[in-house]
Design a protein. Structure first.
Length: 363
């Protein structure tokens, strides 16, 4: 409750709401407690945290995917803890190795003055044997830690890709996708081999040449653009008896968008206004000469060429097949808990069981 005394406020506790006034100046105002759940709890994190952190965004995924994401983070933390568990033991062994090496170094110093040759050789051999055993102990611990390192690395990379994907779209753009049923004898290696084959096929499609007709059409547009830039303006001569409007001032004309597209900032060419005038004067001759050059250049590649439509259709088909194979692989990984086998190019949608737009990194 808040009490007001001649403009001064103080806090005190009182149940119920009441106002008491004696002369219009003094009074007591109290409000009952709000009967509502806490806005921030362990089960209901702060709304800004849910919207701005990877873990918070993942909590807003469909329940099965959110559960898988949480499991991955727990497994990564467990693997990290188990990997670090061997660190102190390795440090202790390294201290012992340093001591033995210092002891070994003294053999050729002061000990040589007090020990016989046989005693010195035996002591050095014993020290070297001890060092070898300590190094073997470290190798053994590292070997035991290796699976945890592999699991921690694979899961960590997968979570990082998932975080970037979810953040780029927002959880609301993603839907649950049940894991596929597996065929008899299906294995991670078999699915990985099919993915590798599909990726090789995809690379082949992307690297295919383009049809001569495509090159000719783009060449014609490029020449016509230059010709338009080099056109001599005669309108003022007709209307006002002025001189011709020759593009005499030398300037740079940037050619962009006649290759892969305007978005390709590296596929640009600078041309002069003089070249533009030449294209205006001899446009048809230049286009005819370019068409002949394109025919000669495409003589041996035309049968392998793909149009933009053919290329897009085949690329989409192969990518869908890759996604399907990765969903099979992810299902096996979850069933066998083989999280160290998560490939570096695993699609986050496949691993978490989601449907949504293709990740940008796979475009």
């Amino acid at each position: 409750m808040t009490q007001f005394y001649d403009g001064q406020a103080s806090m005190s506790s009182m149940a119920g709401a009441q106002i008491v006034s004696d002369n219009g100046k003094n009074g007591i105002i109290s409000m009952p407690p709000i009967d509502a759940p806490a806005l921030v709890t362990a089960e209901q994190p702060n709304i800004m945290q849910r919207l701005t952190t990877p873990e918070g965004l993942a909590l807003s995924l469909p329940r099965p995917a959110a559960k898988r994401y949480r499991k991955l983070t727990e497994l990564r933390e467990d693997a990290h803890t188990l990997y670090l568990a061997g660190g102190p033991k390795i440090d202790d062994i390294r201290v012992d190795i340093t001591k033995e090496r210092q002891r070994l170094a003294r053999f050729d110093g002061e000990w040589r003055l007090t020990s016989s040759g046989e005693e010195l050789a035996a002591a050095k051999a014993e020290a070297e044997k001890t060092i070898a055993k300590l190094l073997a102990d470290i190798a053994y611990i590292e070997e035991r830690r290796q699976p945890y390192m592999m699991q921690m690395t694979a899961i960590g990379a997968a979570i990082q890709r998932a975080d970037a994907y979810i953040a780029s779209l927002g959880p609301s753009a993603l839907r649950d996708a049940p894991m596929p049923k597996l065929g008899k004898g299906e294995t991670i290696d078999a699915a990985a081999a099919r993915v590798a084959s599909l990726r090789a096929e995809l690379a082949d499609i992307i690297s295919r040449p383009w049809p001569a007709a495509d090159a000719k059409a783009r060449a014609q547009r490029e020449v016509e653009f230059l010709a338009s830039e080099g056109r001599v303006n005669v309108s003022k001569s007709v209307l006002h008896r002025n001189q011709l409007g020759w593009p005499v001032a030398e300037r740079t004309i940037t050619l962009r968008g006649f290759g892969k597209g305007v978005a390709d900032q590296y596929d640009t060419t600078n041309a002069t206004s003089s070249l533009a005038v030449v294209c205006w004067l001899f446009k048809d001759d230049i286009i005819a000469k370019l068409n002949a050059e394109i025919d000669a250049a495409s003589h041996d590649t035309e049968t392998q060429a793909l149009t933009a439509e053919q290329r897009a259709a085949q690329v989409a088909k192969i990518k869908n097949s890759i996604e399907a194979e990765q969903r099979i692989m992810a299902t096996i990984i979850w069933q066998e808990e083989a999280f160290d086998r998560i490939p570096g190019d695993m699609d986050p949608r496949a691993l978490l069981g989601l449907t949504g737009p293709e990740p940008v990194e796979f475009h």
